[in-house]
Design a protein around this ligand. Sequence first.
Ligand code: NAD
Length: 408
Amino acid sequence: MRRIPRLAVQSTDVKKTMNNKLKRRDFMDLSAGALMASAVTPKSAAAAQAGSSRPIRLGFVGVGDRGSYHLDIALGIEGVEIPAVCDINPAVLHRAKRWVEESGRPAPRLYGRGRTDFERLCAEEDLAAVICATSWKPHAAIMLASMRNGTNAVCEVPLIQTLEEAWEIVETHESTGKWATLGFKSVNSTFTNIVHQGILGDIIHCEAGYVHDLRLVKFDPEREPWRLQHSVNRNGNLYPDHPTCALLPVMDVNHGDRFDHLVSMSSRAVMLNQYAELFFGPDHPYATQEMKQGDYNCTLLRTAKGKMYTLNFDTNTPHPRGLYRIQGTKGVFFRSRGDRGVHLSRRDQSGARVGAGGGVPEGAPAPSPEGLLRARGWLAGREARRPSGEGPGAPSRAPPPAPTGAPG
Ligand SMILES: NC(=O)c1ccc[n+]([C@@H]2O[C@H](COP(=O)([O-])OP(=O)(O)OC[C@H]3O[C@@H](n4cnc5c(N)ncnc54)[C@H](O)[C@@H]3O)[C@@H](O)[C@H]2O)c1
């Protein structure tokens, strides 16, 4: 196995940048694992710390929900330029352009000629980094296009879908000297400090997972149903990065130890069919469409030095989010959000609510997925952040279309 360089990451809250204009030096102090800081090459970071006035030029590919969050952060940072934006959806592409202009920066060049137009952006633009927040399928191709054109790249999770893509990223890094990295706050300094100070003794077992009820998002009428399509076509742990990156330093993986065994299995799949039947009726194709992704997946990993890692993946059932358990010879660190013995979805009881925080009164008729998203402030939040006046092709509000075959 090839050695992966040690991460140097500080704990920093990227969200704090949302409402404050950052000074260039503050920007450089952000976590090296956080998106914007990752986007800066060592050369430009050094120049910035030396007080250079050279701007940091970022190109965005994918400015939907998460990409617009990252763009919003970038626009709050002094010294960052956004010369280019790419998206296949004209509505969000023009929204991004408007945000950039409203921030007082020149209008970005827009790349919206189709699913591979990111290649043109990578070839034509002179950038410090490409920031990718598209749906999963094009992630590796965008990273590779960026590196091959001499630009570092930052990607939302997951960076790759196949082992072949992983090797191609590694080999392209080796041949170009450019890097592709995940763009999120990955290392948890609390866990790392507790473990590295020996408080828990020697680590025996860790447990974590991506446990996040995403049924609303999978059926969100305002976006491409790409997440849903992955559940139709694939089975396994499709989202291992969040919890694993937080725990790699705790388990010394790639720093003296390494994973060498893995077994993964999934439960049956019932939740998405039930959801479609409830909201779109028994005749909607998703009510009966076979879903390959089991509602719960568990992957057990073991390191060469005998540490176990239980990695959970569940985006379909009602549950509170997030569990971390780090078991050592002297004690255990245990953290669970919504730490209650029983967590029930009200929808399962009365049909009037979905998951935690639905906000619909008892006894009210079951709202549409769009209504639930509004009740939770998600659609309202997105619109309120940058009001009205989008470009052509306003987002669809219809139920998600019937399954198409390939995940996005
Ligand atoms: N780190 C986190 O906490 C976090 C949170 C949410 C989402 N994410 C990740 O962010 C990514 C985006 O998720 P999202 O919720 O914003 O999805 P989204 O569907 O809202 O946005 C994806 C955008 O990518 C665009 N797109 C798709 N294919 C493209 C292509 N070939 N070229 C250009 N644009 C393309 C779409 O039009 C859309 O605007 C995913 O990888 C997701 O897993 C991470």
